[in-house]
Design a protein around this ligand. Sequence first.
Ligand code: NAD
Ligand code: DAU
Length: 355
Amino acid sequence: MNILITGGAGFIGSNLVAHMVRKYPDYTIVNFDKLTYAGNLESLKSVEGAKNYHFVKADICDKAAVAKVLSEFKIDSIMHLAAESHVDRSILGPEEFLNTNMHGTFVMLEAARKHWSESEPIEAIRRVFLNVSTDEVYGSLGAVGTFTEASPYAPNSPYSASKAGADHLVRAYFKTYALPTVITHCSNNYGPYQFPEKLIPLMIMNAIEGKDLPVYGDGLNVRDWIHVDDHCKALDGVLHQGRLGETYNVGSDNEWENIRLVRTLCAILDEVSEASPVKPHDGLIKYVKDRPGHDQRYSIDSSKIKSELGWEALIGFEAGLRSTVKWYLENLGWCQRLRSGEYKDYYSENYKDNA
Ligand code: NAD
Ligand code: DAU
C-alpha cells in the first residue's frame, strides 16, 4: 500500500510517520510537507534512512505538486494532516488558516478524485481519504455534556471554522463524487515533538527557564488530553477499518482544568528539573488576559471508535505527562533550535537531493 501523509513534519504528523514507517515495512510512506514554521524534519531523524520512507517538500495548495506526488508514488490512501493548527495564531491572522485548511483541503480532495478516477481499480487495495480534524469544530461545552459524532458543528475561532469548512467539503466529496472519505475528530494531543507554542510544551520550557507561565482568563477552561501515540494508533485503525463516509471521535476521557494541569506540570518539574532557576515552579504562574472567543470546555465521547474498531487509549495521563516532561528535558537542543530558527537549516543540510 502506498500512503501519502500530509503535514508529516509537524507534531502529530511526525509521530504518525514514524509509527507507520516502523509498523508497515512493506508500505511506501510519503511525507508531503511545506515546512512552515511548524514543520521540522529533525523530528523524523529516526526514520530518515528507512527504505519505505520518502519526503517531498511542497504545498498542499499547489495543484501541480499534489497531482505529481499522487501519480509518481501511485498513492492508494491519504492521511491529511497538513494545516495551520494554532488557535492564537488564527486570531492574529486568519487568512493563512483559510488558505491552507480550506483551500488546501479542496486541492487535496480534487486531486485525489482525479487520481483515483484515472487509476486502475484494484479490489485488494483500500483507497481512503482520511481527513484528520478536531473536536474544536463542535464549539464549546458548559459544565455538562460531551461531543458525539452527532453533535452540531459550532466553531468559534478562525482555526476551528477553517477545519469545519474543510470537513464539510470532505463530506460533500463523499456524497457527490463517492470519494472514499473518513473524518476523525480528536481532542487535545500532547507528547514529544510538539511545538512549544501549545500549552504543555510552552509551560515546560518557560518553567525551566524561569519565565512567566501565562494562564489565560481564570484558568478554569477544560481540555480533554490524549497522548499523541494513542491518536496515531486511532488514525492507523481508521485508515484500515473505518467505514467510508463516517466520522470517528477520538479522545481518552481525560478532562483537566488548565490551572490544575499547569500546577501538576510544575509539581513534576519541582521533582525532576534540578537546574531550574526558580522553584517551586508554580511561583511563575501568571493569570493573563483571556483568549478572545475562548472555548470553555471540550469533552469527547469515543464510544463509536471503541466499539467499531476496538481502539482505546492506552497511555495514562500521569505516566504520559511524566514521560513528556522527561522528553523535553532530554531534548533541550531540539527546542532551542526551534526557538532560534536554526531547525530550518536541517532541510538544506540533510536533504540535498531534494533541494
Ligand atoms: P502542526 O502545526 O504541528 O503541524 C502542521 C504541519 O503541516 C507542519 O509540518 C507544517 O509544515 C505542515 N503544513 C502547514 N501548511 C502546509 C501546506 N500548505 N502544505 C503542506 N504542509 C503544510 O500541527 P499538529 O498539531 O501536528 O496537527 C496536525 C493535524 O491534526 C492538523 O490538521 C490539526 O488540525 C489536527 N489536530 C491537532 C490536534 C492537536 O492537539 N494538536 C488535535 C486534533 C486534530
Ligand atoms: O482540541 C484539539 C485542538 O487542541 C487542536 O485542534 C489544535 O490544533 C490544538 O492547538 C489544540 O487547541 P487548544 O487551543 O485547545 O490548545 P492550546 O495548547 O493552544 O491551549 C490549550 C488551553 O490552554 C486553552 O484553553 C488555552 C490555554 N492556554 C494556552 C496557551 C498557549 C493558556 O492558558 N496559556 C497559554 O499560553
